[in-house]
Every structure is written in C-alpha cells, then in structure tokens.
Unconditional design. Structure first.
Length: 29
C-alpha cells in the first residue's frame, strides 16, 4: 500500500526527502 506509493515516488526524491517519507510511513498507518 504505502510502500508501493513510496517506491513510485523514490525516483523523484532526494535522499533527505526519501528519509523523511520513510519516517512518516513508519509513524503512520
């Protein structure tokens, strides 16, 4: 679910944004 969205967005993100999203996904549902 969220991981699919995360994988889809990764190519458009920098390392900092990817880390931030990973934190949000870990805290969120």
């Amino acid at each position: 679910m969220s991981t699919i969205i995360f994988d889809a967005l990764l190519p458009f993100l920098g390392a900092d944004a990817a880390t931030h999203l990973a934190t949000l996904l870990a805290v969120g549902p």
